[in-house]
Design a protein around this ligand. Structure first.
Ligand code: SF4
Length: 397
């Protein structure tokens, strides 16, 4: 019998045979000045308990709509700060994930942790539950830079967290770093990279600092530092990052992500490759087939709705073939291996009839040295990676 997604008669989900799951934990110790993610700070324990209860309801509800034999490729618990949860809350959350989604031995299960809120006891709970990857939000290994970023933790807490991760025998771990921080020169950044490499994380995510409109680092106002680095300095910093990491065996596989011994993050890879993913929790986004669902980023509304009817308040959007093809192209281009473009003509022609887009734009980008082409595969050159946002804009229909 064919089943349908909740609230609609438009799409069967029986053909979904593999999927990644994302669980959003929207609580933080304090709000960082540059952060645009949905999260709340200063939250009481009972409130988090109620959120886990609601997340359990939503997980059961949405899992029931998917085929029983569906293969789970990855689980990602992000935030927010999942490691802010107490030992008891983490136990409860992980037990729920095991019960509802039944991860197999080869399912990648990642949890984001922040220095200062992760410890050996929590890591032991995660490991015993089946978590096999930890992502540590270090952001820097320099106390001054952490202060500039408005982070509460210091380098000593990062080093303690790394020791705890190693003691828990979680070998597949990532360290997040923020590059291009205003007021931080190349020598200082080189030192941060060197210290990170010395800790030997299996994976490094290095993001250039971006500030959405209305956000500002405290140092910018007090020391009259420019809000962000100019483009030329950003490029120099990111080139330096690439060269240093490459020299130490970290292979770039996506614009901001590097892995040692090919320990790439399956969850991210699947998202960039256009695989289906289910997002659970307040503010989480899902895309299953042509349906994109955005849960409303409002914990109060989430708790109230889940208490009432077992489904999260959300907005649905049916994606046209053209949008899906463009998304697959733009996300696929984030990967170093590029993307096979057979689907472009097929999907785009289906939705809009014969047309030269985006082939003509791709040809232009190739002439400008932004894109390489090998048979039916295209990808960004090093220059293209550096200007990836501009390339994405060119390719958006
Ligand atoms: S800890 Fe992470 S998610 Fe929370 S406010 Fe800071 S940057 Fe945002």
């Amino acid at each position: 019998m064919m089943r349908w997604q909740s609230g609609t008669r438009r799409r069967p989900v029986d053909q979904v045979n593999s999927l990644g799951v994302y669980l959003h934990i929207p609580f933080c110790d304090a709000k960082c000045p540059y952060c645009a993610f949905y999260s709340l700070s200063g939250i009481a324990d009972e409130y988090i308990d109620a959120y886990i209860e609601a997340l359990t309801r939503e997980s059961r509800h949405r899992r029931a709509l998917l085929p029983a034999g569906m293969r789970l490729t990855s689980i990602y618990m992000g935030g927010g700060t999942p490691s802010l949860l107490s030992v008891r809350q983490l136990e409860r959350l992980c037990a729920m994930v095991c019960d509802v989604f039944r991860p197999a031995g080869d399912t990648e299960w990642s949890v984001e942790c922040n220095p200062g809120s992760i410890d050996r006891e929590k890591l032991a709970v995660l490991k015993a539950s089946g978590v096999n990857r930890v992502s540590l939000g270090a952001q820097s290994l320099d106390d001054d830079i952490l202060r500039i970023l408005g982070r509460r933790h210091r380098v000593a807490a990062v080093l303690r967290a790394v020791e705890d991760i190693q003691a828990a025998d979680i070998t597949n771990w990532n360290m997040d770093l923020i590059a291009c921080v205003p007021g931080v020169g190349e020598r200082r950044w080189r030192k941060v990279l060197q210290q990170a490499i010395a800790l030997q994380p299996a994976h490094l995510s290095v993001y250039a600092l971006t500030l959405d409109e209305g956000r500002c680092l405290p140092v910018v106002t007090t020391r009259r530092t420019p809000a962000t680095l100019d483009d030329a300095r950003q490029l120099r910093m990111l080139r330096l990052t690439h060269d240093r990491l490459h020299a130490h065996g970290y292979r770039r596989y996506e614009i901001s992500n590097y892995a040692l011994h090919d320990r790439r993050c399956r969850h991210h890879l699947d998202c960039w490759s256009g695989m289906d993913y289910l997002g659970l929790g307040a503010g989480a986004v899902s895309r299953v087939g042509a349906l994109r669902r955005q849960n409303v980023p409002d914990v109060e509304a989430y708790l109230a709705a889940l208490r009432r009817n077992g489904d999260a308040p959300h907005a649905d959007e049916w994606l046209t073939l053209q949008i899906r093809a463009a998304e697959r192209l733009v996300f696929g281009l984030r990967l170093i291996e590029g993307v096979a473009i057979d689907f472009l003509q097929r999907d785009y022609a289906l939705s809009a009839g014969p047309c030269d887009w985006p082939q003509s734009t791709l040809r232009e980008l190739q002439q400008q040295g932004m894109i390489w082409r090998k048979g039916r595969r295209i990808g960004l050159t090093l220059r293209g990676f550096e200007l990836a946002d501009a390339v994405a804009l060119e390719l958006w229909p």
